[in-house]
Design a binder for this molecule. Structure first.
Ligand SMILES: Nc1ncnc2c1ncn2[C@@H]1O[C@H](COP(=O)(O)OP(=O)(O)OP(=O)(O)O)[C@@H](O)[C@H]1O
Length: 311
């Protein structure tokens, strides 16, 4: 793995002295990512944007509008991640967290700048592709082999993966019959069956009950201990505090802060204050309602909070 000019270590023994035994796993150097979009202009009110983004994510309905524009989602971001770190990404909706991590996973090419990886990166996101028409068991076959396991290895690990996903008899039904929480659990179980060098988790922990969260947390912790690097986007600062050794704070596409969770979360809380916290809690509540009662109930709740919204 090459290092970019400005971050190039002095090498050999000198590097070990300077950085201890830290081994870089991801180097992101001056990365910019732009999307071309067809639609209405971006909302500027944070509350509106939050509700809209949540709604889009939950019920999959896109907003309509005219015109072509460019969204500059990630702006000149640079950092180095090391093996053994678990790094939380925080920032308001639309600040570029997912885009940055999708780019680290190789799914979105940077418009400029460079990303070096010291190993294989696996994205464990809400958008990971599984086959909805196939059963959970079939998806394990395909998904685990796609991650590099041999058929014999999949056979050996099958029970463990099924056990971890904890979806009972649904394992032999098509995934189209799964609740979003069940699908997320299966996805998580498949993605973590192989310990990747770099694991990227995008909000997977936001779905599910306390019991599931505890198990998922334990699994992430185990992967982290196995010397990989974990990136985590979560909408709860408590989760980030529990799981991460370092936090990157994205704001309007830029990397605004990088440091220990206690320090960065403190700053973040002061910047966004109470209003922000209210919407974070609402976000979690709407996720729960969506999962337990479905999209109609979620829409009712959104209407109650934001009567002016177009739900
Ligand atoms: N596929 C896409 N096409 C066009 N624009 C996109 C696409 N994905 C994201 N964007 C835009 O890029 C910007 C950054 O979005 P991104 O999803 O990376 O932010 P985020 O911080 O992860 O947000 P959230 O917390 O809502 O998930 C936003 O303005 C978003 O609308």
């Amino acid at each position: 793995m090459a290092a970019p000019e400005q971050e190039r270590p002095r090498g050999g023994a000198e590097q070990a002295k300077v950085e201890g035994e830290r081994i870089p796993s991801v180097v992101v150097s001056h990365v910019d990512i732009r999307y071309r979009v067809y639609g209405s202009p971006k909302r500027t009110d944070p509350a509106e944007e939050e509700v809209e983004s949540t709604f889009r994510r939950l019920v999959g309905r896109s907003t309509q509008g005219l015109g072509v524009q460019e969204v500059h989602a990630v702006k000149d971001v640079s950092f180095v991640a090391y093996r053994g770190e678990s790094i939380g990404i925080i920032g308001r909706n639309g600040s570029g967290k997912s885009t940055l991590l999708r780019s680290v996973a190789g799914l979105v090419p940077p418009s400029s700048g460079t990303i070096w990886l010291g190993g294989k990166a696996a994205l464990l996101g809400v958008n990971a592709v599984l086959q909805r028409k196939l059963s959970g068991r079939d998806n394990i076959w395909i998904g685990a082999q796609a991650q590099g396991l041999t058929p014999a290895q999949v056979r050996r690990r099958m029970d463990d993966i099924i056990d971890f996903a904890d979806i009972g008899n649904f394992i032999d039904l098509p995934m189209s019959s799964y609740s979003s929480g069940m699908a997320a659990r299966l996805r998580f179980a498949i993605s973590t069956a192989v310990v990747p060098d770099i694991l990227i988790v995008d909000e997977a922990l936001a779905t599910g009950d306390e019991h599931w969260r505890a198990r998922a947390t334990e699994r992430i912790e185990r992967i982290r201990e196995q010397a990989g690097t974990v990136f985590l986007v979560a909408h709860s600062r408590r989760r980030i505090n529990e799981l991460c050794t370092r936090v990157l704070w994205m704001d309007d596409g830029r990397l605004l802060g990088d440091g220990r969770p206690s320090v960065i979360n403190g700053l973040y809380g002061r910047k966004y204050g109470k209003h922000r916290q209210v919407w974070r809690e609402r976000y979690e509540e709407i996720n729960r309602v969506m999962q337990d009662q479905g999209p109609d109930a979620a829409r009712d709740l959104l209407r109650k909070w934001e009567p002016e919204g177009n739900w």
